[in-house]
Structures are given as C-alpha cells and as structure tokens.
Design a protein around this ligand. Structure first.
Ligand SMILES: Nc1nc2c(ncn2[C@@H]2O[C@H](COP(=O)(O)OP(=O)(O)OP(=O)(O)O)[C@@H](O)[C@H]2O)c(=O)[nH]1
Ligand SMILES: [Mg+2]
Length: 647
C-alpha cells in the first residue's frame, strides 16, 4: 500500500495531558497493548530517567502509528515554558498539530503563546479539550474562553456528556447545522448554497477539511486521555482533516534537523524532516554552513519502533547517523530560506556554573557545549576569568541541566544565583571604517560599517552596500557567500557590545570594502585572506557601536497570577516590592486574577514566594514581554562571545 505521511505535533501548556494522549493514541492505533502512565513513569515518549522521575516532558520525542493509509509521526513536546526551545524547532517540521487544553484549567498564557506561533506558521491545528472526567471540568466555559482568548475560528465537533465524572464521554454532533454556521463565515459559495437550501453533507465535510487544512478554522474535540473518551474521534479527525503528503522522492534533497541526540557510544544522531528528494545510506550530503558528511545509517519510525532503512524520501521523518558536525536547525541538501528567525522569545536569565570538583572543569566545558548543541536556544559563554555561564529560561531548566550533568556526565555542579540576561540596543546611527594600509589597521582589508537601531524584537539584520567589483570573489566565490560570511562575522562581533551584553535590534550595513592587490603583474587573485576580513570586522563593529552608543535593557515578563481573594493584599505588597507594574486585576469567583509586568530576574523570586503568600493555592505563569531600558547605572559584563562546540 502506498502510504501517506503526516507529521503531527502535540502541543499544550504543562500538564495538559499531551503525553497521556500520545499513549492513548498509540493504544487506539494498536501500537501498544498496555497503556503507560506518566505518574508511574511508564510511557513511551517520556523515556528519559529525569522525565520519569519528575513526571514532566523535557525533550520532544517521536513515535509513529498508522491510521488507515496515513503513517503518522507524532511529536510529543514539553509544555513547561522552560523548555520552549524544544517546541521551537519542532514547529517548522509539522504538517499539522493538536493543541491540548485542559477542561479544568482552560486557556493558559502558554496556550496562547503556542497558538500564536501555530497561527503565524499556518500549521493546521485541531483543538482537544482534555480531562473532561475531572472535577471542575466545564465545557461551556472552556469553549467561551477559547473563543475569547485563543481564536474565534473554532468549530465544536460535538459535546461532552456526564462531564466531571469517570464516565464522561464525547458525542459527535449528528447533524451538520453546527458546522455550516461556522464554515459559511469563510466560504461565500457555501453560504449561497446553504441559503438556497441545497447543501449536501459531503459538501460540508469537504469545506471543513479544506478550511482546516488552510488553518482558517480549528475543529474542537472534547475527551479524556486517561479514560480514552473522545480519543477515537480525534484519531479519525487527524487522518481526515489534517494534510498528509504522498511520498515523492524526486527533485533535489532538502531536509531540516529539529533534534539532536547522542547514541550509546556518544555519536550524534540527527532527527530530520525530509522536505524534498531522497536520501540514501552512504550519500555524501552538504549541510549547515559549507559542511559535508556521509550518512552511515538511516532509521525511520514504524509502529513505535525505530527501523533501519536504506533510503528515505520527502515527507518522512528519519534519524541520520554519521553527520558528526551537524547542529540543530541545520538544513541538509539545498539551502532553504533563512531559518534563523525565532518563533519564541530568547532566554532571559543566566547563571554561572561551577564544577564542585575543580578537576572537572575541562569536562564541564565539553559537557555544556554538547548540551547547548542539543538545545538550540541555550548559550554557553566563558568570561575572562574562565567562568562558565549558561543562559536559562528558568529554575526548572536549571535543575534539569544540573541533574543531566550529574547523571550523564558524572559531574557535580553548583549554579550561582540567576541574573538577568541584559541586551544592548544601539542608541542612534553609528559609522566606522578601517582603511587598508592605515596605521591603525593591522589587517589586509578595508571595512566600513554602519550600525543603526531597528524595531524592537527584530534581531540583527545585515546588508551589503558595496559594488560587486570590490568583493573578494577569489576567496568567497559569490557575492551571496561573502554577504553570508560577513553577516556571520558581524553577528559574532555583536555577541558582546560596549558593556559586554549581546547587541540586538539593529541593522548593520557594509558601506566600504577593499581587498589588497599583490604587487607585480595584474592578477585576479588578491593578497587579503578570509582571516583579514574575519579579524577586522569586530574592530570596526566596536568602533561603529562606540559612535552610535548603546542602551542596556533588561528582560521583562508578564506575570499572570491567580490567587485566592483573601491573599490578594499580600500578593500586591509582594508585587510592589519587586518593582512590578500591575496592568490589570480583577476578581472572578473566589479568585483574584492579576497581570503585572515584572523584571524577569524578579519573577523567579515571585515564583518561589508565591506558595507561601497564597497557602500553596496561587498559580503563576510568566510570558516574555520584551526588553526595557534599565534605570540607574547600567550593569557591565566582562564576558567573551559564546564559544563554539568544543569538539
Ligand atoms: N483526570 C485526568 N487526568 C489526566 C488526563 N490526562 C492526563 N491526566 C493527568 O495529568 C497529568 C499530566 O499528564 P501528562 O500527560 O504528563 O501531561 P503533559 O501535557 O504531557 O505534561 P508535560 O509534558 O510535562 O507538559 C498526569 O498526572 C496525568 O495522569 C485526563 O484526561 N483526565
Ligand atoms: Mg508530556
């Protein structure tokens, strides 16, 4: 049978039931005959020792099952915001997604963060309202809050019965009235047919699948992963409503790496989604930035297990061995469009990490580099005193890194107090040039750069504004390649600004470029080398920044708090003490709901104090809200740029 491929992500806030749902889908599809439990540490996708101990997902994991002729690669992702980097890379390889929402907790801040990303990337998404068996489950309230806070483009597919009991179930609507109402809003033809009174049921179903595939509407299912209610219906919908692809191995190879693992012998295993072409064992492929390697083994996922294959074609997900220098986010084969854009905010904290036994320091450095290469948004840097520091999303991630270093590398570590990861933004436009043969210039090249402020959150952009005749093509082959390399030198240089913090939200333009011509007979070869351009760039960048001036900014998060009304006064006092700006506060039932802007570093403190302030009943979620200039004396960091993988 010719199989279609569907790469499906399961996303949700922490504890919504993604891993439990994954287990249930595998069971319903006949892949496993006993359902594992998160609480007992026996699920297929929470396979790491740490995941089993803590009962939370830390790494995304791939499993597969079949629904009729559709082969589904399911990616179970972590929901804790500290592990958002894991979700980040998965997003770009998905054909569709199931966003899980708890029928009790409802739409959470993290649910919104995920939904916005899915919408931006136009990933067709089904909604699954889970835990309808639990006390406090409320279908109407959840639907209303989805429509209000998540997206109005929803199509409820049925209703929940015997809500909040162990017998809770899901019943599909047996008429199309409900569907038509939602679907005609985005389909005028359907509306006309409907008003004329002749819409066939199949026509409505087609409209539903077309609109779902275009990410115009999101069908909503209810159920309970733990009892299996609604899961069969969801499974059917996954195959019918989400887009699958028929394998097509023609055309040039293009794949994208979304996860890196290390095998038993420490060798790298890359998880790749095939977008075009065919990849065979022993193929030499190019990947990342000008690297090459030979694929020594290919495995695909087949009914919950990894199976060796000789080749893999477009549409599939496979693990590849043999590509030693490959990194997460790399493209394999044809270069794709720039994949440096991030869907989620960067880490806002950092902490210095020490090896308890000083003899472990060198090993710690290598271990951290390996972890960073598996985790795309984690940076490790080293300062002049050789101290290592790690960027972090939060304390849970810090504990996981610490435990991983102890368990997998046998290195005991101590983390110091977390500090904010500040950034610098250029204050105004600044320019600098170093001229070839000038006394101040130790290198064989002329480089002129202009730095100017760009929109908040836009990152670093680089542009060439020099004639192609002045580009040293004998080194870089093409103008595009020169632009790419110069862009990289510039970004590396911006890792530490005037006060040592990463410089961002700026546009850098190369305004002058000259390379040295050798004496003697004319030749198309020059005397300048790549090293001249690479080493001169940070000098010119530093001068341009000096000319522009920079503002140090600190990360701010929006803390969304829920606490019993009687603790509101204590919570407000605590918020005041940490410099929070309250945006909104309201009372709902016996709960006080507060949204406040808080410096990221202080939010950690708030998380720690909340249980005490609220007798353990407070709930806090923080989402990144941007960077704001620091008041008073700006902090300085004496730290060199992020170091490369130590291999
Ligand atoms: N009552 C009830 N409990 C559920 C249901 N689904 C999951 N749970 C429980 O909710 C808790 C979290 O479930 P998980 O499957 O680990 O949730 P998750 O979304 O994978 O969590 P993270 O991966 O850590 O974000 C566990 O204790 C589950 O047993 C459900 O349908 N009903
Ligand atoms: Mg999980």
């Amino acid at each position: 049978v010719s199989q279609k491929e569907l790469n499906l992500g399961i996303l949700a806030h922490v504890d919504a039931g993604k891993t439990t749902l994954t287990e249930r889908l595998l069971y319903e599809a006949g892949v496993i005959d006993r359902i594992g439990s998160v609480d007992a540490g026996t699920t297929l996708t929470d396979s790491l020792a740490l995941e089993r101990q803590r009962g939370i997902t830390i790494k995304s994991a791939v499993v597969s099952f079949a629904i009729d002729d559709v082969h589904v690669n399911l990616i179970d992702t972590p929901g804790h915001p500290d592990f958002i980097a894991e979700v980040e890379r998965v997003l770009s390889v998905l054909d569709g997604a199931v966003l899980v929402i708890s029928a009790v907790e409802g739409v959470q801040p993290q649910t919104r963060v995920l939904m916005r990303a899915l919408e931006r990337l136009r990933v067709p998404t089904l909604l699954f309202v889970n835990k309808i068996d639990r006390a406090g489950a409320d279908d109407e309230r959840v639907l209303a809050s989805i429509a209000e806070r998540l997206t109005p483009a929803i199509v409820p597919m049925g209703s929940a019965c015997e809500l909040a009991t162990r017998r809770a179930s899901f019943v599909l609507f047996d008429d199309d009235e409900h569907l038509v109402e939602a679907l005609t809003e985005r389909d005028d033809e359907l509306l006309a047919e409907y008003l004329a009174g002749d819409v066939a049921a199949s026509r409505v179903r087609d409209a539903l699948s077309v609109q779902t595939r275009r990410s115009l509407v999101h069908p909503v299912y209810f159920g309970a992963a733990i009892t299996g209610a609604g899961v069969v219906e969801l499974k059917e919908a996954i195959a019918k409503l989400l887009p699958s692809t028929s394998p097509d191995g023609d055309g040039p190879l293009a794949a994208s790496v979304f996860k890196i693992e290390r095998g038993a012998g420490g060798e790298k295993i890359a998880y790749a989604r095939m977008f075009a072409g065919t990849l065979r064992v022993r193929d030499r492929v190019s990947f990342g930035r000008d690297l090459e390697g030979k694929v020594t083994a290919i495995e695909v996922f087949e009914r919950g297990r990894a199976v060796q294959r000789n080749s893999v074609a477009a549409g599939a997900i496979a693990t590849l061995s043999g590509l030693h220098e490959i990194r997460i986010g790399d493209r394999i084969g044809e270069p794709g469009e720039d994949d440096t854009a991030h869907e989620f905010p960067p880490p806002t904290l950092e902490s210095v990490v020490d090896a308890v036994d000083a003899n472990d320091r060198a090993r710690l450095r290598v271990a951290l580099a390996q972890l960073a290469e598996q985790d795309p948004l984690i940076n490790v840097s080293q300062d002049e005193a050789n101290e290592l520091s790690v960027s972090l999303y939060g304390e849970v991630q810090q504990q996981v890194i610490q435990a991983t270093l102890a368990d997998e590398y046998g290195i005991e570590t101590a983390f110091r107090e977390v500090t904010p990861l500040y950034i610098e933004r250029p204050r105004s436009r600044g320019e600098a040039v170093e001229i070839l043969h000038a006394e101040s210039n130790p290198y064989e090249a002329t480089i002129g750069l202009r730095v100017e402020p760009a929109a908040e959150g836009s990152g670093v952009a680089f542009r060439l504004d020099v004639s192609t005749a002045s580009v040293p093509l004998y080194i870089y082959k093409t103008r595009e390649s020169f632009e790419e390399h110069m862009g990289r030198y510039v970004r590396d240089a911006l890792a530490g600004g005037l006060l040592g913090w990463p410089v961002t939200d700026c546009l850098v333009t190369m305004t002058q470029c000259v390379y040295a011509i050798p004496d003697g007979p004319p030749s198309r070869q020059g005397r300048s080398s790549a090293a001249d351009f690479r080493k001169l760039t940070p000098i010119v960048v530093a001068q341009a920044l000096e000319d522009a001036g920079t503002t140090v900014c600190e990360p701010i998060v929006r803390a969304s708090l829920e606490a019993p009304t009687e603790s509101l006064a204590r919570v407000m006092t605590a918020l005041g003490r940490i410099g929070a700006v309250v945006e909104e506060s309201s009372l709902r039932g016996g709960l006080a709901v507060v949204d406040a802007l808080v410096p990221a570093a202080r939010a950690v403190e708030l998380t720690r104090r909340l249980p005490g302030l609220t007798h353990g009943e407070g709930v806090l979620a923080s989402t990144f809200a941007g960077h704001a200039p620091v008041t008073g004396e700006p902090p300085r960091r004496i730290r060199s740029a992020a170091f490369e993988n130590a291999e």
